[in-house]
Design a protein around this ligand. Structure first.
Ligand code: FAD
Length: 371
């Protein structure tokens, strides 16, 4: 009879790999298995711009962003060569929205700049076009990963710990659950058994196990596109975040280029890279937004990166117990922010598992009455 794991995690992206690492830290003796249909970190996480802006448009996103910042610090001190570095962020927003935008920042230093500071910014960046009536948000420090390898490195750090197993190239096709055990049938027609289960399968959630719950909650998959701009960044160049258009320009020093991220609205795409390219609709939309802020760089567009992510209607990640099944948690629908929110999503997923293990208050009261 093969081993029964204490915890199985399906999906080794930012969420799943972080969950494996955090579970290992909390439970040194547990036998934990991390399973991925591809190589660890080669799903959505591989395509991420990996920008961590200390911002959230809902209370949950702000809480996750705050917590992830602490967890990234822990990860960076535990995994010595994690490629994460600080980055200055300037925000532009219409003056009428600036107070709202400011209130969504979790970085307490962020403030609305004085008019003179906006003039200085314009002088320093003659190519940057600041729309009429814009406010500048300044003094924000975020971070970014220098390479898209954070999930890969977290998964590798996990596998180096005792009692840890990573199955790559292994798709979980079916799950049978009893109150005490989950049996995962794999593409190799093997069965992996575990007491507890976290499913963190990124955009594949809309076709994976327990898909009906995803449909009920309106989870859908949206294409994400970011263009590469063939312009060499200077060492201290900041990110420019354009809040009115949900877009940003980010320097990528290691690649000698800038990245322009904008809001693509192509929904219900299939999460397979062979099916996803940057098409004319994407390019036209990107050009419209870029021409508003940095028209000079329209001629420097040199392709880009494209994949997709699962989105919830509220934009809030999904972290839920599967109804009627004990110790089975689904975590994801990162809604385009799973790099920066991933560690905190993973931590909450683990805490849901723990909660299911604890006797419920009512049961405790019943026990006390019997005694
Ligand atoms: C172009 C682009 C730019 C982005 N920029 C940013 C950014 O700047 N900041 C930010 O915070 N976020 C960004 N994101 C979003 C972020 O990358 C995602 O939210 C995050 O990577 C999702 O992580 P995940 O763990 O949920 O999913 P994934 O990374 O997709 O991991 C899921 C894993 O599950 C595996 N899997 C699926 N089905 C199965 C199965 N049945 N059995 C076994 N394994 C399975 C997959 O192979 C995959 O490795 C960007 C995304 C894209 C595409």
């Amino acid at each position: 009879m093969p081993r029964e794991y204490d915890l199985a995690i399906i999906g080794a992206g930012m969420v799943g790999a972080s969950a494996a690492w955090l579970a290992r830290k909390a439970q040194p003796d547990w036998h934990i298995v991390l399973i991925d249909r591809a190589l660890a970190g080669h799903g959505t996480s591989l395509y991420s711009a990996s920008l961590d802006i200390p911002y959230g448009h809902t209370p949950l996103r702000r809480a996750l962003s705050t917590r992830s910042q602490s967890l990234f610090k822990e990860l960076s001190s535990a995994i010595s060569d994690l490629p994460i570095g600080p980055l200055k962020i300037y925000g532009l927003s219409d003056k009428s929205q600036a107070a709202d935008v400011l209130s969504n920042f979790i970085d307490e230093n962020t403030r609305i700049a004085a008019d003179e500071e906006l003039q200085t910014l314009k002088a320093t960046w003659p190519g940057l076009h600041v729309p009429e009536n814009s406010a500048l948000l300044t003094d924000t420090i975020g971070s970014r990963a220098l390479k898209n390898q954070v999930a890969i490195q977290i998964a590798q750090a996990f596998t180096k710990t005792p009692n840890s197993t990573l199955f790559e190239g292994t798709e979980v096709c079916e799950i049978e659950s009893t109150p005490n055990q989950h049996s995962l049938k794999t593409s190799q027609q093997t069965t992996i058994r575990a007491k507890r289960l976290i499913q963190a399968i990124g955009p594949w959630v809309v076709s994976g196990p327990e898909v009906d719950h995803m449909k009920e909650r309106g989870i859908r998959v949206k294409k994400i596109v970011a263009l590469h701009i063939n312009q060499q960044p200077r060492p201290d160049d900041p990110v420019f975040h354009f809040f009115d258009d949900d877009a940003f320009l980010m320097p990528q020093h290691n690649l000698g280029q800038w990245l322009f991220s904008f809001r693509c609205e192509q929904w219900d795409v299939i999460p397979e890279i062979s099916q996803l390219t940057i098409d004319k609709t994407d390019l036209d939309l990107a050009k419209t937004v870029l021409s508003k802020y940095y028209p000079e760089w329209l001629h420097s567009i040199s392709g880009g990166r494209v994949f997709c992510d699962a989105y919830a209607p509220s934009g809030e990640p999904l972290i839920m117990n599967v109804p009627g099944k004990s110790n089975y948690v689904i975590a994801g629908a990162c809604s385009g922010s799973g790099y920066r929110l991933g560690p905190a999503i993973a931590e909450r997923a683990l805490s849901l598992l723990e909660a299911t293990n604890k006797p419920k208050q009512k049961d405790l009261e019943k026990q006390e009455m019997v005694e």
